[in-house]
Design a binder for this molecule. Structure first.
Ligand SMILES: [Zn+2]
Length: 296
């Protein structure tokens, strides 16, 4: 197919995105739409036609723009590189199918000669019938996590939340002080761990979980944390992801509405989420018998 022949495909994707754009979805909602509809749309075409690289690049750009701003037009630097977004969840990505790789896989099915040409490229990305890409370090794919917690946690792990230090670097704001304590530059380390608000939240959460948390970099700690009980590990990771989400939400409420959220309120919200998710999950009976976790 020539580039011009694919204009209908690109138009279709843009039209869909403009339809979704008006709905003002969260990151998690936009991610589900990108994964479910856009990926299937171009993977259907790529099963039948050889899509030119420039068209695949355009489709990737459209998906990326929609994911980060809810529209097909986005003129800022994306918070996370598209290659990272397309990495499998277990390696720290969001698991979106990369159109270029998918097209290559489809072509590979057509002829053995083509497979021979692309096998070295496909090898690291396709194993045991599942897609994966180059190894990363982080994962937020845990059964108890709400999608919105996973997305914010995933961005926080990579220091890609739009904290004030980043806004200052982009010349979007001129005052970089933390809105919650007003005495320190707001960067990821301060906002998530060192600020009086977040430090208090983590102390309360650690008491509730009955574990010892490190003073800083709790997100990376929890991903590497080893625990003999898989259920306990999932609960702790989910509680930490929920806490990061609550801290980010409290920060936004303080910044936009000029209102302080009480740490106990934020911890209660995180705990309530873990409780409701855990009780609905497959370990219900074991979960209810846990004695190490008194519910608030
Ligand atoms: Zn602060």
């Amino acid at each position: 197919m020539a580039v011009g022949d694919c204009s209908r495909l690109v138009e279709k994707i843009v039209l869909r995105i403009r339809g979704w754009g008006a709905r003002k979805l969260s990151y998690a909602g936009m991610l589900v739409l990108v994964q479910a509809v856009l990926s299937q749309l171009h993977s259907f075409w790529t099963r039948i036609f050889i899509i030119p690289a420039t068209v695949m690049d355009r489709i990737n750009h459209i998906c990326r723009n929609y994911l980060w701003c809810g529209s097909d037009e986005f003129h800022k630097t994306p918070p996370v590189a598209w290659d990272r977004v397309c990495t499998a969840k277990k390696y720290g990505g969001l698991g979106i199918v990369n159109g270029k790789n998918w097209n290559m896989a489809m072509l590979g099915n057509w002829t053995w000669r083509k497979i021979c040409q692309v096998k070295d490229i496909l090898k690291p990305g396709y194993c045991q019938g599942k897609w994966s890409t180059n190894a990363g370090v982080y994962t937020v794919s845990v059964g108890l996590n709400l999608p919105k917690h996973s997305i914010i946690g995933w961005l926080a792990i990579q220091c890609r939340l739009l904290t004030k230090d980043r806004l200052l670097r982009f010349n979007i704001i001129s005052d970089g002080y933390c809105d919650m304590c007003l005495d320190h530059l707001e960067d990821h380390n301060h906002l998530l761990y060192k600020c009086r608000f977040s430090a208090c939240c983590w102390r309360l959460l650690a008491d509730w979980l009955n574990i010892t948390l490190p003073d800083t970099d709790i997100l990376n700690w929890c991903i590497r944390w080893r625990c003999r009980s898989l259920m306990k590990k999932h609960i702790v990771i989910s509680a930490i992801m929920a806490m990061v989400y609550q801290i980010w939400t409290a920060r936004n409420i303080c910044r936009v509405d000029n209102k302080m959220v009480h740490p106990k309120f934020a911890v209660n919200n995180a705990a309530a989420m873990v409780k409701s998710r855990g009780q609905a999950w497959k370990w219900t009976s074991k979960f209810q018998r846990l004695h190490w976790m008194p519910w608030m």
